[in-house]
Design a protein around this ligand. Structure first.
Ligand code: SF4
Length: 244
């Protein structure tokens, strides 16, 4: 500081928002419907309707499930199953996808949409599995997230369905819509929805719960025309989308 210059008055730094009792700007807070009692009632109804809900993507091992899940983005499981019926026999191991001809693979997976990006993800993820993980699909969230094209949704599908590891809740379009309609979350961002569901649902139910919600979304609680008259959750549901 130069002689004669007045020292600047320093404003004391504010404590972090959390300490001031201020919510992060984007948090909508817990959903009112996520009380333990109501969650128990919802889970009981889901068990009644879908006691054996499971993943509908055909696969014989964790690697095939990973590939199918990458292909299922913006595509139906039925279409993915049609494509993988010929794809998996042609590329039986991770090394076959890792060093595949990208142009050829693009053509083969074209019916699933976004085929250029999906080809990059499949080849990139397979290469990493071969070169970094000894040809085996890793079994932790952190490791799975290092694979190209793999985000939390895909990682949760693989961990839950292939390995029985409940690391989180799969939040796909159905889980996103239904957890909102059932007032288990007020958030719209999948990461925040997952956090809300992980708080509301007991961990030993995370895997089955996401399968059940996906089944309910496909069979009853459709996006445009939910079949509320046939829904066994109707008494517990006060969504504005209800059609009864
Ligand atoms: S009552 Fe209707 S909106 Fe509510 S969960 Fe059932 S189908 Fe969906």
């Amino acid at each position: 500081m130069r002689a004669g210059t007045k020292p600047k008055k320093r404003t004391p730094s504010r404590p972090p928002a959390k300490k001031r009792g201020v919510k992060p700007p984007h948090s909508k807070g817990p959903a009112k419907g996520a009380t333990p009692e109501r969650v128990r009632a919802i889970l009981a109804k889901l068990d009644e309707a879908y006691p054996a809900a499971s993943c509908e993507l055909h696969h014989d091992n964790p690697f095939q499930l990973l590939i199918s899940t990458i292909l299922s983005a913006q595509c139906t499981d039925e279409r993915v199953n049609q494509v993988t019926a010929t794809l998996f026999p042609k590329y039986p191991a991770p090394k076959d996808f890792a060093y595949a001809n990208p142009r050829e693979l693009e053509k083969e997976i074209r019916p699933t949409g976004f085929f250029r990006n999906k080809t990059k993800s499949i080849i990139g993820a397979s290469k990493r599995i071969v070169e970094e993980f000894g040809g085996k699909v890793p079994q932790t969230m952190d490791e799975l997230l290092t694979l190209p094209g793999v985000a939390r949704k895909t990682a949760n599908v693989v961990l839950g369905t292939a390995f029985g590891i409940a690391s989180g809740v799969v939040v796909d379009t159905h889980v996103q819509r239904l957890s909102g309609r059932l007032d288990l979350t007020r958030n719209e961002d999948p990461k925040k929805i997952e956090q809300d569901l992980m708080q509301a649902i007991p961990q030993d139910r995370w895997i089955l719960f996401s399968h059940q919600l996906i089944w309910h979304g496909r069979r009853v609680c459709n996006a445009r025309k939910p079949r509320c008259a046939e829904c066994n959750l109707e008494k517990l549901c006060y969504s504005k989308d209800k059609l009864v």
